[in-house]
Design a protein around this ligand. Structure first.
Ligand code: APR
Ligand code: PHB
Length: 391
């Protein structure tokens, strides 16, 4: 089998890349370890920056998103029992965020690719990349037990944080910068109409909590918990009790309860691998960098990367020039580091750190007070949250 760009991974990075390349007339094949059903049902993030939404709509995969998503013009920060609104739209000159589940985007992208004759090979086992520093890179894998080889001009490593592409780069090439946070998030989905129209990020002495949503009928809620928390220790009643303790405000607001139909634990980790390229392999999305979920940036960063990569590949195939390809890593990393900084800052601002003393907690509260009372500080949060320019 042969193609121009071999893509490992059918997450947001791989599928958006395949779609953008198709619009540029460039052929690709996506090689995905999991089944179609698995990737279409995997529960992940759900907050889209304005730039991500614009890109999906402008490139023709935003029809269902336009109909079914929820447009938000602000978020709330809650501390000391009071909520404070950050007017994202007012503070950014008209930008907003959109709530639409990642797996719904995945469904829309898969459908669009398959309808236009695109190739996505699901259930591809044991993928491995070869010949990265030579003229003919290839992806080897097995399908239905049969060994297969995909010859390519370039390989896009879009296989997420536990994929095989980043570890295939020879030792000594990459520098990996990391921070592991001493806590995790316990997340639930509940059949309950959201009792707030906007997301609420809560700082509480018992730990961080987040009120979010997926639709007018489904609430998404998170609690800061221990990094090695056993979900078995969290029966539904305990989860609700803890959510009420952290989220309820002095004015009597509290999240509406409903049957919990999904729960899980998410680790908190910051990581950047530099450079995002080796030979003909280009890393994009979680394969190259991970952010803690506090700023809701993972999906948006993945889309920003592949936008840069698609343009660079389009220039190469149109003119033979490698300028944009050679600058791919540098171009992405400038934005990646700013988004890392923001995600780290939101995480530090809102969570309870066990070693913190009274001074640290008062400093955190002073910062929350500042961010919610100074227009300049709120504007800095808003421009980052709604999304920095794509390039
Ligand atoms: N072979 C083939 N596919 C693989 C392999 C492999 N060895 N390893 C992983 N994959 C697939 C995964 O099954 C997944 O479908 O790669 C895909 C990676 O997708 P994501 O993890 O969603 O990563 P990315 O596309 O970079 O999107 C980043 O997704 O879940 C979020 O928090 C994350 O929001 C961020 C965004
Ligand atoms: C979510 O709805 O899953 C969500 C929202 C905001 C975040 C993280 C996750 O910061």
């Amino acid at each position: 089998m042969r193609t121009q760009v071999g893509i490992v991974g059918a997450g947001p990075a791989g599928l958006v890349l395949a779609h953008l390349l198709h619009l540029e007339g460039i052929e690709s094949v996506v090689v995905e370890a999991r089944s179609r059903q698995y990737v279409e049902e995997r529960v992940r993030a759900g907050v889209l920056e304005q730039g991500t939404v614009d890109l999906l709509i402008e490139t023709g995969v935003g029809e269902r998103l336009k109909r079914e998503s929820l447009l938000h013009h602000g978020i709330e920060l809650s501390f000391d029992g009071r909520r404070h609104r950050i007017d994202l739209t007012g503070l950014t000159g008209g930008r907003s965020i959109t709530v639409y589940a990642q797996h719904e985007i995945i469904k829309d992208l898969i459908q669009a690719r398959l309808e236009s004759g695109g190739r996505i090979l699901f259930d591809a086992a044991g993928a491995a990349v070869h010949g990265l520093d030579g003229p003919s890179p290839e992806i080897r894998f097995r399908q239905d037990g049969e060994p297969r080889t995909l010859d390519c001009d370039f390989i896009a490593g879009c296989d997420g944080s536990h994929g095989i592409c980043r570890p295939s780069i020879p030792d000594g090439v990459l520098t990996v910068y990391e921070r592991i946070y001493p806590f995790a998030w316990l997340g639930i989905l509940a059949d309950a109409p959201p009792s707030s129209e906007e997301l609420i990020y809560t700082h509480h002495e018992r730990g961080f909590a987040l009120f979010s949503m997926r639709s007018p009928k489904v609430t998404r809620l998170y609690l800061q918990c221990a990094p090695d928390e056993d979900i078995g220790n969290w029966p539904d009643a305990r989860i609700w009790e803890e959510l009420h303790a952290r989220l309820s405000t002095r004015d009597g607001w509290t999240p509406t309860q409903g049957p919990i139909f999904q729960k899980g634990i998410t680790g908190m980790h910051s990581m950047v691998a530099e450079p995002m390229q080796f030979g003909s392999l280009f890393l994009a999305g979680d394969a190259a960098h991970i952010v803690p979920p506090t700023g809701a940036k993972g999906l948006n960063l993945a889309v920003a990367d592949v936008r840069v990569l698609a343009r660079a590949l389009a220039e190469y195939y149109a003119s033979g020039r490698r300028g944009l390809l050679d600058r791919y890593s540098e171009t992405c990393l400038r934005r990646v580091w700013k988004v890392q900084r923001f995600s780290w800052w939101m995480t530090s601002l809102l969570h309870r750190f066990d070693g913190d003393n009274g001074f640290d907690r008062r400093r955190q509260l002073a910062e929350l007070d500042y961010v919610t009372s100074s227009r300049a500080a709120a504007a800095a949060l808003a421009e980052n949250y709604a999304g920095l320019p794509m390039d």
